[in-house]
Structure formats: structure tokens, C-alpha cells
Design a protein around this ligand. Sequence first.
Ligand SMILES: NC(=O)C1=CN([C@@H]2O[C@H](COP(=O)(O)OP(=O)(O)OC[C@H]3O[C@@H](n4cnc5c(N)ncnc54)[C@H](OP(=O)(O)O)[C@@H]3O)[C@@H](O)[C@H]2O)C=CC1
Ligand SMILES: O=C1OC[C@@H](O)[C@H](O)[C@H]1O
Length: 406
Amino acid sequence: MWRRLITPDSPPKESDALRFGILGAASIAPFALIIPAHSHPEVIVAAVAARDPSRAEAYAKKHRIPTVHKSYDDLIEDPSIDCVYIPLPNGLHYEWALKALTAGKHVLLEKPSVSNTAEAHSLFRHPLFKEPNPPVLLDAIHYRFHPAWQYFLTLFSPTEVSHVQVTNKMVAGIIPEKDIRFQWSLAGGALMDYGSYAVSVIRGIYRDEPSNVVSGSHEPLRDGQDERIERALSAKYEFPNGGTADIVTDLRAPWTWENITSLAPSLVVKLKEKDEGVTDGLRKIVATEIKMVNYMIPTIYHRIHITTTTSFVDAQDATKVVRSSSTKESKTMYNWAPTSEEKQPGEVYWTTYRHQLEQFVNRVRGRKGNGVWISGEDSIKQIETIDRTYEKLGLPIRPSNTGIQS
Ligand SMILES: NC(=O)C1=CN([C@@H]2O[C@H](COP(=O)(O)OP(=O)(O)OC[C@H]3O[C@@H](n4cnc5c(N)ncnc54)[C@H](OP(=O)(O)O)[C@@H]3O)[C@@H](O)[C@H]2O)C=CC1
Ligand SMILES: O=C1OC[C@@H](O)[C@H](O)[C@H]1O
């Protein structure tokens, strides 16, 4: 299993395999595309371009990519390329996605899809999507494609949810201060980066948009540095069903025991308590809490803990708990359930990125796939929630390199 995470089975490529090009010699590309492509018979990573061609050469050699283009534009104009993967800094996503789509390429776009709401509207509602045979564009929120996440969503109905807590923290030292994530001009910030997963999690769990960003706070990268860029951020939301959500994100959290032990991003969903009526003067209340450990890298390890607490309270005074007991079940889902009507392709060693690639290729090929997808409207709402959060906290909306502003 561990070996196949890095060196998965490599079936022969089909003669009409899709040819992908990568913009930038980015750190995430081996995990998000190059390794997943090995096990996909319909995907070839055919080309890469970097601002510095010698960097692209070295990257191509290391990852056995046959073609190196002199510039991002050259790669996009290469008629042999079908799909472009864009792992550029956030602030460049809009510009290069639009260029690639306009050139007729399908686009796998790293998260967060764009810098702000205006860019999101302009990109995902672009007139080119109304033309016949439009290209495919996917906002790469990869964890949503894994069976563990899809299984987790079947454990409750969104209307039952009363509270969600999501924590995505990294300890200091992992991300250097000069990183793209801390640069204003490149649309950096903790909420744009690790925090964007937390935003997508709460929206995915409620299957709705927050009715209100209630409150929040943030911490700057370091005193005296660009105050528009947050190192850490927390926010509270309300949803139309009356439920709430809290997100916490930090890209340089202090090395406390609590932060180290919470490195695997976790989330807790509390369901609305169920009142099961009164018998012999006692009211039965059932409370359910579902915790998912490591929703982001579930292939390596994950657990879904379901705790059900049944309490009997005085029918006249609910604060008097007469007796209470809990049961706990733990579940995992490393592959699609064998009982599903149509067995989905998948292996236990497939990462979230590999599952994502499977569905991306299905869309490009016009195949139904398993139905897991992120629509353009979903991507717009994701960015709108990020912007609403910044506004509530008094932080500026991230800038656009193309002049498009909210
Ligand atoms: N899906 C996931 O799990 C993850 C997604 N990401 C997302 O992927 C994107 C890239 O992240 P990551 O790979 O960590 O970043 P890197 O810094 O490793 O890569 C970014 C690439 O962007 C290019 N680039 C172009 N212009 C600039 C510029 N002005 N400054 C810096 N780099 C520039 C560089 O390419 P060149 O080689 O041409 O110089 C560089 O290789 C981000 O949007 C991030 O949010 C990141 C990590 C995980
Ligand atoms: O997308 C991401 O996921 C993993 C994090 O380490 C990273 O900062 C982020 O860009």
C-alpha cells in the first residue's frame, strides 16, 4: 500500500490518452497530477513550462516529462496538449485558466480557484461555456472526490446538522515566510490556503451557503509585516437551517502539544438533539456527534467516529439528567463500497487527487462517472464565502492581477 502511494501500478496508456501540460514547476504537481497520472491509462503528463526554462528542464527530467516549453503561453498554444493543470500562485489562476480555456484546453485548476468573487463570476460564467462542446474546468478541491468523504456525507442529512467545527492548522516552520501563501500580490492568506478547505467543508456539510458570517478574528503574519495577509483566522457562521459552524485555520501555529496532535485536519459535526418522547416521567433525548479525522489525506489514515448519547431527563425539568449512556462506532472507507449498484473504479492506495483525476477525465470524455463533481456555481459560492468572511473581519478582498475587482 505505502509503496503504491508513490509508485502506483502503471497500466499501458491508451492510444488516445489525454495529454496534460503543467504550468509551473510547482511543488504540489507530483502529488496532484504526476503520480496519479501513472495509474490512469487515459492520462499522459506530456509537457511542463516554467518561467525559467532551466528550472522546467530539471523538473521535466526528474518527473520524466517529455516536453519542455519555453513559456506558459507556448505550452497553452501547443496543439498536442488537451488539458492544462494550473498549480500557480492563487493570484495567477484566473488569468492562466482563462487563457487555457480560450485556447480550447480543459483546465484542472488548483484551489482556491481564483482571487475574489468578481474573478469567479467572470471565469465560471464565461460565455465560452455556453458554446457547443465547451471545455471542462474543475476547481481542484480534491478531498471531496475520496470515498471516505462521500461516505461521511451519507451519515446525516444536512437539515439535521446543528454545529460543525473544522480545524486546519499547520505548525510554524513548515511554510516559509517568503512563500506564495503569504504574498498579498499573489492573493495569499491563511483563509485562501488551508482555510479554504474549512470553508468548503462547512458548505459541503450543510449543502447550503451561510446566511451570515457572525464573527471572527485573525492574526497577522508577524507584527510590522503586511497587515492585509492573515497568518491565522477563525470565523463563526450561521446557516439557513439554524445551525452554526466554526472554522479555525493557521499556517504557522505555535508548537503546542494541542497543535501538534491536531495536525491531521479534523472536523466534528453535531446533529440536532432528537426528543424521543416521555415514558414514566422521563424524556428520552438522543444526541449524535460525528467526528472525521484527517478528511484531507484519508488514503494515509482516516477515521469516522460516531458517538450516540442517549439521556433520560426529568420530563418537567430537562436540566435534571437521570441517566445517560453513550455508544461509539468507528468507520473507515478506503475504497468505494463493494455493495454499490455499479462498482466504481478505485484502489485503496488511490489518493484524493487520483479520485479527482478519474472524474476529471470522465467529464472530458463525456462519461457520467460517479457523479461527484464541483460545478462552476459551487466554485463561485466558495469564493463568495471567502470574500464575505474577509469583509466581516475587516480584511481586504484579495486583489486581481487582471484588474477585475469586486
Ligand atoms: N491541492 C492541494 O493539495 C494543494 C494545492 N496547492 C495550491 O497549488 C498552488 C501552488 O502551490 P505550491 O505548489 O505549493 O506552490 P509552489 O510555490 O511550489 O509553486 C508555484 C509555481 O508557480 C509559479 N509561479 C509563477 N509566478 C510566480 C510568482 N510570481 N511567484 C512564485 N511562483 C510563481 C512557479 O513556477 P515556475 O516554475 O514557473 O517558476 C512555481 O513553481 C496554490 O494555488 C496552492 O493553493 C498547494 C498545495 C497543496
Ligand atoms: O492545499 C493545500 O493543502 C495542503 C497544505 O499544506 C497547503 O498549504 C495547501 O496549499
